[in-house]
Ligand binder design. Structure first.
Ligand SMILES: Cc1cc2nc3c(=O)[nH]c(=O)nc-3n(C[C@H](O)[C@H](O)[C@H](O)COP(=O)(O)O)c2cc1C
Length: 358
């Protein structure tokens, strides 16, 4: 049986949601030393790699390592500073640190946790480096508005832009935890600021969280898709498997955001070429709104997938959700907390993607 953690769930959430901590160690002369560290957690331990960021000495000769070997008691501070002082908070964790090296299962797990949190570690050989493990013994949380309610929402990942765009990934399986309404609103707020032709915002959204509506949508889309797959002469077992997967994705996603094209406010042209371009621009703008949804979800500590299925059965989706004819369903985004880290698809190098630069 595992022993209960000496720090509570809120402290773990706060740690998981932040990117950098200040680690204090004490040297042989009892003088404190503080360094900023990247770290990852697993709900029992805090891990920090002695990574390949520029250093003046080999990792094991670092002052923080020498200090830990002499004196394993450490303190860690993670904080939020805002100019609005009603929104300040920090977490102070005291614990005992150890340096783990080599090929232990724990070292491998710590490397995986660090890489899942910081995409930058994928390009660094941290599996060959020692890792600091901190076993928390005590935590103190402080905030300037102690009456603020903890909505249970996992706080935002608060990534810088490069980490946000590189960290976002398509997730196809979620934990059952519900998505707080405030986070859905935050995602939709981001979508609202997408660019659009003439600023006409040719997108509308439907949010589905109620199980019976998800089931209705999944059933209706499944029926239509079955007819389509039958046209492709796929073997029945393959059809059944693909249908079951798609059905499960819709039913088990904690929340669904449906992105619809809305063209009523677009310009109208007498010639077909301009009319086609106008509609195409609106569809391009759906892509921009979609990317805002995906990035905002990731930044909010969530993950999202992208299902293009509504594009193939817009009437069915409209019927299942009682949507007006003016909306053309284009994409469905299942949203929630990732059940596991998905495999990433590699990207082409820039010199293949940029065809000319003069
Ligand atoms: C227009 C569009 C349609 C997509 N449709 C689906 C889909 O129906 N099912 C799915 O699993 N992923 C779908 N995806 C997600 C892509 O497979 C995914 O973005 C791609 O493999 C790259 O992986 P990443 O998003 O994890 O970086 C779609 C993506 C786009 C942009």
């Amino acid at each position: 049986m595992s022993t209960p953690s000496p720090i509570d769930a809120r402290a773990w959430r706060y740690l998981a949601a932040h990117r950098v901590a200040r680690l204090t160690t004490v040297d042989a002369d009892n003088l404190p030393s503080v360094v900023p560290i990247c770290y990852a957690t697993d709900g029992a331990m805090i891990y920090s790699a002695l990574d390949a960021k520029p250093k003046q000495v080999v990792p094991t000769a670092l002052k923080r390592v020498q200090n830990i070997l002499n004196h394993p008691d450490v303190a860690l501070v993670v904080d939020d500073y805002r100019e609005d002082w009603a929104q300040l908070s920090y977490l102070l964790v005291r614990g005992r640190a150890t340096v783990i090296t080599g090929e232990s299962e724990e070292h491998a797990r710590a490397v995986a946790l660090l890489r899942a949190k910081y995409p930058q570690y994928h390009a660094m050989p941290i599996e060959d480096q020692p890792i600091i493990r901190i076993a928390p013994q005590h935590a103190r949380f402080w905030e300037s508005r102690p009456d603020a309610t903890d909505s249970g929402a996992e706080p935002a990942r608060r990534l810088d832009f490069a980490a946000l765009v590189r960290g976002r990934r398509s997730v196809r399986a979620f934990r059952p935890d519900p998505v707080p309404r405030a986070l859905i609103e935050r995602i939709l707020e981001a979508a609202r600021w997408a660019p659009s032709p003439h600023g006409r915002m040719p997108w509308r959204f439907a949010v589905i969280t109620r199980p019976e509506i998800k089931a209705r949508l999944a059933d209706a889309m499944g029926d239509t898709w079955q007819q389509t797959l039958a046209m492709d002469n796929e073997p029945p077992a393959v059809v059944a498997k693909r249908l079951a997967n798609s059905h499960d994705r819709i039913r088990t996603a904690p929340a669904l955001i449906l992105l619809c094209l809305y063209t009523d406010d677009l310009d109208h042209y007498p010639d077909a070429a301009r009319q086609t371009a106008e509609r195409l621009m609106a569809v391009q703008s759906l892509g921009a709104a979609a990317q805002n949804v995906l990035l905002a979800a990731y930044e909010a500590g969530l993950d999202a997938g992208w299902m293009c299925a509504p594009l193939f059965c817009p009437e069915t989706v409209r019927g299942a959700l009682d949507l007006p004819d003016s909306l053309v369903p284009h994409a469905l985004f299942p949203i929630g907390y990732a059940a596991k880290d998905p495999k990433r698809r590699p990207r082409l190098p820039l010199d293949e993607l940029v065809v000319r630069w003069e």
